[in-house]
Design a binder for this molecule. Structure first.
Ligand code: NIG
Ligand code: FE
Length: 427
């Protein structure tokens, strides 16, 4: 099956040669092709180029007229917690009234609140609540997503979450990577017995999850008030024995040592990084660990922003993800994440686009197949409305400019249906 996309305004993030990620100064380089075309064969990008070298194709080809819209590789959202039950807008109000994220957590709110809600929700109900979010992120242009457990905190409920993630992997066109995050918070019944909970994670949860092959990665919330570096290292080592690569939460609340622990254990990424100083930058330099920023979380909680500029200027790569979760970032809108990267973190639009495509693909182990327009990569793409420039994407921060979404070479949301739908409701 072949599909030709033509009459684009621009192809964005075109890489003739595959690159794993871009770092430092290279992050401000964004290759594009004006008014380009792109050919998809059997779900894979088979060719692309400028308009003057478009081959003449036979009539058996399906053609999509992009109408001057821009063609992007679909977003790769390398850090989400989008499996959850209910919502936490009451805590949102508590925060407006002045309580901090940590104070809410200490009162049994926060992650423990979501764990209680999830415990009382059936696997089927959890799946359908999560599918609402999945449909929404696809409509925003996400084509690959990493999803964490961590609202279970018992073996049974962690398995429940991970089975829902597997179902999303099997039943939707998204590319999904799953992460076990049993060490997200200390359950109330283990207060005063931290060792007991870490034992449970190591001796029971990890083997049970590995037996069902439910997790690609392992995560720990390594931060002040959550899990220590020693506990983190023990959990990461146990995960490694079962083939789970680390991807950890680090330095959101303090200089926790999490970044160094992640690098030491060969983490694919360390995420959050609001507290990143010279020592942390030195640890990350030259490592294979992708520093991943979640500007939606700092924005939503009104907390310190990570020093993206300093990191990029020091030569590091940076990825960005949504952190979609009910407590610190109830949004999976990757275009908004780009805007926050530009506005709050002072990243250039080119840097932001690289951070949510190529570098975030790397942060979830997918840079060989996702994150750029490159021959041989999966045809996960979106076409925007007609826009004047790629900078317009982060600039127009409140508009969903994504009109057509193509996943695995198949149109899953089309411009025609979006326009048709609107005509219908406005009539
Ligand atoms: O990435 N920081 C830890 N975990 C999530 C928040 C989870 C929650 O509050 O429900 C995060 O921000
Ligand atoms: Fe998170």
């Amino acid at each position: 099956m072949s599909l030709l996309i033509h009459n684009t305004g621009m192809l964005v993030q075109t890489r003739e040669e595959p690159v794993a990620f871009v770092a430092g100064r290279d992050m401000s380089q964004l290759p594009v092709i004006e008014k380009g075309w792109l050919l998809i064969e059997n779900g894979i990008i088979a060719g692309f180029g400028p308009p003057d070298n478009m081959p003449s194709f036979g009539s058996d080809l399906t053609k999509i007229d992009a109408g001057g819209g821009y063609l992007f590789p679909a977003f790769c959202d390398s850090h989400t917690h989008l499996i959850y039950a209910g919502s936490r807008e009451k805590e949102y109000t508590d925060k407006i009234r002045g309580l901090s994220y940590e104070e809410i957590a200490k009162r049994g709110g926060g992650i423990l609140n979501s764990a209680a809600l999830l415990h009382d929700t059936s696997e089927d109900d959890l799946f359908s609540q999560s599918m609402e979010r999945v449909r929404e992120i696809i409509s925003f242009g996400t084509g690959a997503v990493e999803i964490k457990s961590g609202y279970g905190l018992t073996t049974e409920d962690e398995l429940k979450m991970l089975r829902v993630i597997r179902r999303i992997k099997e039943e939707t066109p998204l590319t999904v990577r799953s992460t076990f995050l049993g060490a997200h918070a200390l359950p109330a019944e283990y207060r005063g017995n931290r060792r007991g909970y870490v034992d449970l994670i190591v001796d029971e949860m990890i083997p049970a999850i590995a037996a069902e092959n439910l997790a690609d990665y392992i995560d720990v919330f390594c931060d002040r008030g959550f899990f220590t570096v020693d506990e983190t290292e023990r959990i990461l080592e146990a995960g490694a024995c079962h083939g789970m690569l680390p991807k950890i939460h680090a330095n959101e609340l303090d200089y926790s040592g999490g970044i160094q622990a992640g690098v030491k254990h060969g983490a694919l990424s360390v995420d959050h990084l609001e507290f990143t100083g010279d020592d942390e930058i030195a640890a990350l330099a030259g490592s294979g660990t992708m520093p991943t920023l979640l500007p939606g979380a700092a924005f939503f909680l009104g907390m310190t922003d990570p020093p993206a500029r300093k990191m990029i200027d020091a030569g590091l790569p940076v990825a960005m993800a949504s952190d979609y979760n009910p407590g610190s970032s109830p949004s999976g809108n990757m275009k908004l994440v780009m805007s926050l990267g530009c506005i709050r973190l002072r990243m250039l639009p080119e840097e932001a686009i690289n951070a949510v495509t190529l570098n975030s693909a790397y942060a979830m182990g997918l840079s060989e197949t996702h994150g750029s327009i490159t021959v041989g990569k999966k045809a996960n793409l979106f076409i925007t409305k007609k826009i004047p420039s790629y900078e317009y994407m982060p600039y127009a921060y409140g508009s969903n400019l994504v009109e057509t979404v193509i996943l695995n070479g198949v149109v899953v949301i089309s411009r025609q249906s979006a326009v048709g739908h609107l005509r219908h409701i406005l009539r």
